[in-house]
Design a protein around this ligand. Structure first.
Ligand code: GTP
Ligand code: MG
Length: 193
């Protein structure tokens, strides 16, 4: 299917948050895990979302409209970025929390996990938090072009056991396009398109 993705809204502060009628899928994960690169890959554009080799690039909530499906992908600021001030980190955490809480239209959170790392405490905390709100988690192993297939399979199994899900995490690479169709399908399952 030919889809288009366009940036329609950027939010920096809690007071700018307003209810959005369209269903949403949020993209969450540690800083530098590849959230913005994933948006660009799905959009088929190199620089729709700003990416950087330095963590802490995305500092706002970015709403991307997916057409013709009609839902939003919401790129969230990364967490676990040590180099910015504690005050700033707290501000982002609060913004993400305010966005997720009481958002009836948030259908799932795609939690991006670095395929080169074993499950990290901070990622476990995020998945637990999201599920605690009653929101489904779609685990996505990013940078899947890097590790060996055997390592990937092992990590998939680990996450599947942790999350107790029937489906294995999506193996995704922004570099090669691996997992793109699978991810669209997973989004579709939650947004009903
Ligand atoms: P923040 O905005 O800081 O939260 O980071 P982010 O999660 O948006 O990460 P971003 O997309 O900016 O990518 C971070 C770095 O990882 C960049 O140098 C990307 O080129 C690299 N990267 C992202 N996805 C992939 C991938 O699938 N494969 C490889 N090899 N590198 C990737
Ligand atoms: Mg980013």
């Amino acid at each position: 299917m030919n889809r288009t993705i366009e940036l329609v809204k950027t939010i920096y502060e809690i007071k700018q948050l307003e209810d959005v009628d369209e269903p949403q899928i949020a993209l969450a994960g540690r800083s530098n895990v590849g959230k913005s690169s994933l948006v660009n890959r799905l959009a088929g554009r190199k620089s729709l979302a700003k990416i950087s080799s330095k963590p802490g690039k995305t500092r706002s909530l970015n709403y991307y409209r997916v057409q013709p499906d009609g839902y939003f992908l919401v790129d969230l600021p990364g967490y676990g970025y040590a180099k910015c001030s504690k005050q700033e980190r707290l501000k982002w955490a609060k913004l993400i929390e305010a966005y997720m809480k009481n958002n009836q239209r948030l259908k799932a959170v795609a939690v991006l996990l670095d395929a080169r790392l074993s499950p990290q405490k901070i990622d476990l905390e995020l998945t637990a938090y999201v599920r605690g709100l009653g929101i489904p988690v779609i685990p996505v192993l990013t940078k899947a072009d890097k590790p060996k297939q055997r390592e990937l399979a092992k990590l998939q199994k680990q996450w599947q056991d942790i999350l107790q899900q029937d489906q294995a995490p999506v193996l995704f690479s922004s570099k090669t396009g691996k997992g793109e169709e699978k991810l669209w399908n997973r989004f579709g399952e939650h947004t009903g398109v």
